[in-house]
Design a protein around this ligand. Structure first.
Ligand SMILES: Nc1nc2c(ncn2[C@@H]2O[C@H](COP(=O)(O)OP(=O)(O)OP(=O)(O)O)[C@@H](O)[C@H]2O)c(=O)[nH]1
Ligand SMILES: [Mg+2]
Length: 182
């Protein structure tokens, strides 16, 4: 009997132009485009072997614009992992990341998905106090923080390791169908 494939749903949220799509491209093993092409909603699947098991990691890339929050909300409902991305160069995106982390924490009450604060654009000069503020948020909410640069690829392997430490909760569509042999 074949093993059932599992799906690990990873929802990527954060303010506009912080680099969500670029981080997803890197996680997919591609080099991101430099041009900013605002996302409404995209989804990509990459197969990984986690603890000897094949897992389909589904990256749900979302919009940074508040008007699309209802779409983000739907993606979040299915998430095993939530990446909350900010741009370390833009101070306001750090504050927005904090409010998004709190929003997700409230949505899930006790059963939080694995949340990771992604401090992106680490190749740039961070805003004053960015490091302290991000560390405070991560400590207050007891979530890990990973510094990344989607531009250079720095930190992407660390992020992938964090993602792969989560437990997939869904079975792949085909695996849900069962066949009974009589
Ligand atoms: N220097 C630098 N630029 C980056 C990095 N990540 C993304 N960018 C640039 O930032 C801009 C926005 O990147 P996107 O990945 O499109 O940002 P996004 O968060 O998906 O944007 P929306 O979909 O509009 O919310 C692009 O010009 C990217 O090339 C990074 O780590 N370093
Ligand atoms: Mg995008």
């Amino acid at each position: 009997m074949s093993r059932q494939a599992k799906v690990l749903n990873v929802c990527v949220i954060g303010d506009g132009a912080v680099g969500k799509s670029s981080v997803v491209y890197r996680l997919m093993g591609h080099v991101p485009k430099q041009r900013h092409d605002p996302t409404i909603e995209d989804s990509y699947v990459k197969q990984e072997v986690i603890n000897g098991e094949v897992v389909n990691i589904r990256y749900m890339d979302t919009s940074g614009q508040d008007e699309y929050w209802p779409l983000v909300d739907v993606s979040l409902q299915a998430a095993d992992v939530v990446l909350v991305v900010c741009d370390v160069e833009r101070d306001n995106t750090i504050g927005k990341a904090e409010s998004r982390v709190r929003k997700v924490a409230n949505m899930f009450e006790e059963n939080w998905p694995l949340m990771v604060l992604v401090a992106n654009k680490s190749d740039k000069e961070p805003a004053a106090d960015a490091q302290t503020r991000l560390s405070d948020i991560a400590r207050d909410l007891d979530i890990p923080i990973v510094w990344t640069s989607a531009a250079t690829g720095d930190g992407i392997n660390d992020l992938k390791e964090r993602i792969c430490s989560a437990t997939p909760s869904t079975l792949a569509e085909n695996s849900r169908r069962c066949c009974i042999l009589l």
